[in-house]
Design a protein around this ligand. Sequence first.
Ligand SMILES: [Fe+2]
Ligand SMILES: [Fe+2]
Length: 358
Amino acid sequence: MDTLRNKVSGKDERYIQIRPSLINFYRDLPVYIIHPQKGGLVRFLARKEQYAEKAISFLTKRGISVYVRLSDHKERNSLLEEKLVEYLDGPIDAEKAVFIKELTFQLVNEFFVGQAAPRGGHLIDAKSLKKIAKIANYYVGLLDLENAAEALEMIHNVILKDLTTYAHSVNTMILILRYLEQERKQYRDKISFPNELLANRHEIDQKQREQDRKWALGAILHDIGKVGIPDELLKAARKLTDKEYEIMKMHVDFGWEMIRAVSSAYSRDEIVKGAILHHHERLDGTGYPRKLTELSPAGQLIGLLDCYEALTTDKRPYRSAATPLEALDILLKDVKAGKFDPTLLKKLAELVANDHIA
Ligand SMILES: [Fe+2]
Ligand SMILES: [Fe+2]
């Protein structure tokens, strides 16, 4: 759980977890950690006016959770979001990429744990959904940069190191944006039509951006139903039993129910709907939960990128992460078995190849 209620100096307050790497953004506010022995929150103090790199890596390495008051956090969030917009305005270097990753995690994490959940459970609300749309928007905005592909790749690479559900979702989103960017570039190279001859150029751009935004949202939301799956299954450091796996599969329908309950606009959107409902279905009917054979384009593409992302990132005690080449090889077998569309895999292979040749 990422928010908690605690009594510090006799006052009952709500606290929210923050990423240790972002601690300096809260340096003028009280910051707390969970006491390693006694449990409970204790104040964490900077020796100078800011927290030293050493202190931050100490917290990160030991997995010590850092908290701030919820009220302080809300106030500070707009500043962090401003910073994010500023950084996304490019050019993005490695340091900025790390900040973007960290802040994205924090924002998406808040969304996934539904800290504003009105009914005490994990249910998301319309406000958090808006926030996630905003994050997707930031990333789509990145495509306007001259070095869009490089910037997205850089963020993708830093995010690859984290293995949680929200890192996976953000990473899948970045992968899809890079995929779309590549597709567009190939199209532009093939048909070199002078821009000025297109009277409705602006309109086309607008439409494209709107599409990208939906793809980004679909990717970031595809596993949202996992918030309804018990932690011990999500974080299990072992292979799940058949029964547990059946429970895990329910994340698809959970996710769809959540989106339907919160936003009729998103639930009517074909990309968001396909991403959530079809990402585990396979063209040969071996997928779940409905064993469909006719899949939406979004379900097919996000399903493929989802697999690639999980294969290359997911390091668990019982299996290690695959290299990009190994992952493509596994997916090729799936294509031959009729699970995925070969054209989609071909384009993904081109994207991966370009990363490694450049
Ligand atoms: Fe999933
Ligand atoms: Fe997934």
